[in-house]
Design a protein around this ligand. Sequence first.
Ligand code: 3HC
Length: 678
Amino acid sequence: MTSPIRTEKHDNVLVIISDNPPVNALGQAVRAGLVAGIEEALSDDSVEAVIIRCDGRTFFAGADITEFGKPPQGPSLPDALDRLEASDKPVVAAIHGTALGGGCEVALACHYRVAVPSAKLGLPEVKLGLIPGAAGTQRLPRLVGAEAALPLVAIGNPIPAKKAKDIGLVDELVSEDALEADAIAFAKSKIGQPVPRSSEGNANQDGIKNPDIFDEFRAKNGRKMRGFDAPNAAIEAVKTAGEKSYEEGAKRERELFMQLMTGTQSKAMRHYFFAERAANKIDDVPADTPLIDIKKVGIIGAGTMGGGIAMNFLSAGIPVTILEMKQDALDRGTGVMRKNYENTAKRGRMTDEQVEGAMGSLTPTLDYGDLADCDLVIEAVYENMDVKKEVFTKLDEIVKDGAILASNTSYLDINEIASVTNRPGYVIGLHFFSPANVMKLLEVVRGEKTRDDVLATSMKLSKKIGKVAAVSGVCPGFIGNRMLSKRQEQANKLILEGANYWDVDDVLLEFGFPMGPFQMGDLAGIDIGWHRDPSKVTTVREALCAVGRFGQKAGKGFYDYDESRNRTPSDEVKQIISDFAEKEGTKQRDISKDEIRERLLYPMVNEGAKILDEGMAQRASDIDVVWINGYGWPLYTGGPMFWADTIGLDTVVAGLEKHDLPVSDYLRKKAEAGKTFN
Ligand code: 3HC
């Protein structure tokens, strides 16, 4: 097999080049090639400096994740990098694309780093439930200081080359289209000087001067890090860099890395990494399906949902025409969008020009005719089949042939909606989640007649607007809401049977969800759909509305709220629930948190199994993608289906049976065969 690494000599500079598509992951052959390249440079007296660069779209994007969990094959990345750094001839990393994880560690082991302005650098290992494992946690703080290193290592978001230069991670920004030539010139200027080694640096003095920075960092990022093991290990490793020698620090890093690598969280998060990428692929749609060019998007409805959806396209540079029925609703909607953008700008995440650019590409209208030349129209109107049908009939008349007509419905039948048009092949469901400009998930609902190019275009577009897409077949509630309804059903039953509603919320919080169903109800307002007649009370929610407990906005809902929105359980509500149960003839009893957890989560897994059996999801991992991105299922468990695999499908079946809950044939057969979903 030919090596993915080759060398080229330019005068007295040896350029080591990696060509390992698609992302130059640092697999065994690349590591071996790097070591061979360095040895070639060291053994050739005519070589006085070395460049490391990559062909293709990016500098090394990290260790090869597909090798994780398999027996290690030398040379290891830490050993390869120690040998590289030990060189007394200057070694320069020439960076384009993304230098991530092990790729960033290669750059750190080099004596100098030059990068094109569009490059990004980062240590995203925490997003895989890991920490850097090739001394990144030791070299980075020694190079840039603990304070600058902490967010990079413990939060894992990459930074642009310019910021990397500001903190001292990059030495020089070079020309976008002359990376190699500029890197060679830079390397030549360093010949004859003593080489700076990151492992020998001591720029992490701030970690020692202010030992509180680690606790302060933990406190500031507590919410983001809640439940995750890796960020704490990352903080510990960076702290160690300030307290111990490089060798001791690297040893500690390795121990922490191995602990995390063999733990369940990293396994789950690596599952998710590949799940997200798999979800974008549709098994029976060829990868080379020609796409429809989406140059202009129409949105019907300028409410919270429509406005949020529009912002996705505007932010991605795609002009939007937004339609409302009345001028004041249109003005209100566009006003909210502007305000959202301005708030983003205030937080420094957008420039004023970007705000004006986005709003400048928005055309508000009251006239359906203005949607005629759109390539994609998404309706976000009231969830009612008759209303949707009316909208689609109109769109079919007005919008040009070949355009995609999409519904943002969260549970209605896309096939029925499509049937009122003369182009059902061009109709699709694009289910965004609220707030649509923030939430990552896009459930793409494939109707019976949806054409391949319409589906493929929707998947591609989802990536362009920064969403994570998963395909669902047509069934009530699709993947996400269909499973949610099973959880909600149990939550409602549990409180009638005597479980404390705050215990129900707590069980989900402890599991890792950001919120439980009753907190969520209070936040959204429990009077949604309230008929305002206190004499007609058929549910607990209606009973609460009847006494004015509308949720957080009223200062009381399921919980009582103080001025700072701190919640406390309410005796009044507990009484309302037990009165309601008595009226219904439901006997109340003490219910343990274990029972609550099993009854909330196992029926979801069972429903997921049915979704798979019916072919409504292509693969179990797509269901995981939906729940992690749309409903706050904790990433570190890998999603409902991966989690079920982890605890054992036989455990799930036994739990369902114990609580007299239905078990689907599909789930039972898998469990009996000792199989897993993923
Ligand atoms: N190892 C193996 N395969 C990888 C990979 C990696 N590190 N990174 C990406 N790939 C694969 C993807 O699975 C995908 O495969 P597919 O085409 O078969 O689905 C293909 O490369 C292209 O990836 P994307 O679809 O994600 O391409 P994008 O252009 O959208 O993104 C990227 C490119 C920003 C580099 C993104 O792939 C990415 O974030 N990769 C992971 C980076 C990372 O986490 N690195 C750290 C790894 S852990 C590590 O380095 C440990 C070390 O400290 C010892």
